[in-house]
Design a protein around this ligand. Structure first.
Ligand SMILES: *Cc1c(COP(=O)(O)O)cnc(C)c1O
Length: 378
C-alpha cells in the first residue's frame, strides 16, 4: 500500500497501524537467513508485544525473547508452550524465579552474582546462559549503549579472565540499535573469540542479541558467513533476537489536526495524538519521520501534541501546502517502542490499533474509558 494512502484507513484518529505485508517481507528475509545459516530466530517481544504480530512472526521464528515474567507468560499463551523462549534481564527476582524457570527454555544471567544466587534453583529443563558485555561500543548515545562505562548490562569480558563459570551452557550479548551493517557483530564476535577462545567449544548456544535490521539477502551475506562459521567451529546453536528489525518499519501513527494558529510568526498545528503515544520522541528529543513531509516545501509548521506539557512537540516540518483543520498526518517507523511505551497522561486515550495488508484493514483493538478506569479506580 502507498504510504500516503495509509492515513485513509482509520475511521477515527489517533490510530496505530501495523502493515502486515511489511512484516511478511522481513519474515521472508529471516526465513532465508534461517535456511542458509541454520540459525534460530526469536522475536524480541518487548518492542511490540501485540499478539496479532507475535502470531504472525511464529510462521517463521523459532520463538520469543523476553525480559520479564509478564512478557514470558504472554509468549507462552501465544506459542501454546512449545517454542524457544529466551529470557534475559537485570531484574530477576527470587519470588518469580520458579515460574520464570518453568516457562523459559533458556535464561541468560546478567551478572555472576545472579548466576551464583539462582543456580541452586535452576531445573534441568532450562539452559543457563551468561550475558556478557563485550566492552566494544557502537552506539554514540550512551543512554542506549550497553557497553558504556559502569554498565549494568552483562559481565564485562575482561572480568571473566578467559573462563566461563562451571555449568554455563550459553553466551548472550546485545550491543547495538537499528544497525543495517553487521560489521559491529563481526568485530564483537572477533573480540569474544579472542578473549574466550577455550571456553567457547564447551557451549551449547550463542545468542547474538537484537539491534540489527534484515533488509535484503545481499545485506545479510556477512551475517550468514559469520553464523555458518561459528556453528561449524564451535558446534553451537546460534540465536538472533531482533525486535525493531521485525516491526519497526511496519508501524504508523495517524493523527488529525484539531487546532492551528500562529505564534511569533510560526504556524503551530495541534494534533489529536501526543508524545505519550511515542514517548521516545520526548525521552530522546527525537523528531519522528512523517510521511507527508516535503523537506523543501514552502510551508512549515510545528506539529504539537494535545497534552498540557509545553514540550509535547514532534518538531518542525515542511509541506507543499498550508495546513488546515482536519488534515491527517502519518508518523512512520514507529512499530517498535512506541505503543508499548505509550501512556494515558492527561487522560488522553490510547490510539485504536489496526492491522492492514494490501487487501484488507482491520481494527483489532480499541480502548475505552473502562480500561482507564480499571487502572486508576482504587
Ligand atoms: C531490546 C533487546 C533486543 C531487541 O532489540 P532491537 O533493537 O529491538 O532489535 C534483543 N535482545 C536484548 C537483550 C534486548 O535488550
Amino acid at each position: 500500500m502507498k504510504a500516503n494512502a495509509i492515513k485513509e484507513i482509520p475511521q477515527s484518529t489517533p490510530a496505530f497501524l501495523i502493515d502486515q505485508d511489511k512484516i511478511k517481507k522481513t519474515l521472508h528475509y529471516l526465513q532465508l537467513l534461517k535456511e542458509r545459516s541454520q540459525c534460530q530466530v526469536l522475536f524480541s517481544i518487548k518492542s511490540l508485544p501485540l499478539t496479532a504480530v507475535m502470531k504472525q512472526t511464529l510462521s517463521v521464528v523459532d520463538g520469543f525473547s523476553v525480559s520479564s515474567l509478564f512478557e514470558l507468560r504472554l509468549a507462552r499463551e501465544v506459542d501454546r508452550g512449545d517454542s524457544e523462549v529466551h529470557l534475559t534481564t537485570p531484574g530477576l527476582k527470587v519470588d518469580e524465579f520458579d515460574e520464570l524457570a518453568t516457562l523459559s527454555t533458556a535464561i541468560s544471567f546478567n551478572s555472576l552474582e545472579q548466576y551464583r544466587q539462582f543456580r541452586p534453583l535452576l531445573n534441568t529443563a532450562v539452559s543457563p546462559g551468561l550475558r556478557v558485555n563485550p566492552e566494544l561500543s557502537f552506539v554514540a548515545d550512551n543512554r542506549y549503549d550497553p557497553c558504556r562505562n559502569f554498565s549494568k548490562l552483562g559481565v564485562p569480558l575482561g572480568q571473566l579472565a578467559g573462563q566461563l563459570p562451571q555449568g554455563i551452557e550459553g553466551l548472550h550479548f546485545h550491543t547495538v540499535f537499528g544497525s543495517d551493517s553487521f560489521q559491529p557483530l563481526q568485530e564483537t564476535v572477533a573480540r569474544i573469540e579472542a578473549q574466550l577462545s577455550h571456553s567457547l567449544a564447551s557451549l551449547k548456544w550463542i545468542n547474538l542479541g537484537g539491534g540489527y535490521l534484515f533488509d535484503s539477502e545481499q545485506q545479510m551475506e556477512p551475517l550468514i558467513d559469520l553464523i555458518v562459521r561459528l556453528k561449524k567451529h564451535y558446534q553451537v546453536e546460534v540465536f538472533m533476537e531482533p525486535g525493531n528489525g521485525v516491526v519497526g518499519a511496519s508501524g504508523f501513527i495517524v493523527a488529525t489536526v484539531i487546532d492551528c494558529f500562529v505564534r511569533e510568526g510560526k504556524t503551530v498545528a495541534v494534533l489529536d495524538t501526543s508524545v505519550n503515544h511515542n514517548p521516545e520522541v520526548f525521552e530522546y528529543q527525537r523528531r519522528p519521520q512523517l510521511v507527508e513531509e516535503v523537506p523543501d516545501g514552502e510551508y512549515s509548521a510545528i506539529l504539537a501534541g494535545c497534552t498540557c506539557l509545553a514540550g509535547d512537540l514532534f518538531g518542525e516540518y515542511h509541506f507543499d501546502q498550508p495546513i488546515t483543520l482536519g488534515d491527517r498526518f502519518t508518523f512512520c517507523q514507529v512499530g517498535a517502542y512506541s505503543m508499548i511505551k505509550s501512556n494515558r497522561f492527561n487522560g488522553y486515550n490510547f490510539p485504536d490499533i489496526y492491522t492492514f495488508n494490501d487487501s484488507t484493514a482491520r481494527k483489532i483493538k480499541t480502548y475505552d474509558y473502562a480500561y482507564y478506569r480499571a487502572q486508576w479506580l482504587t
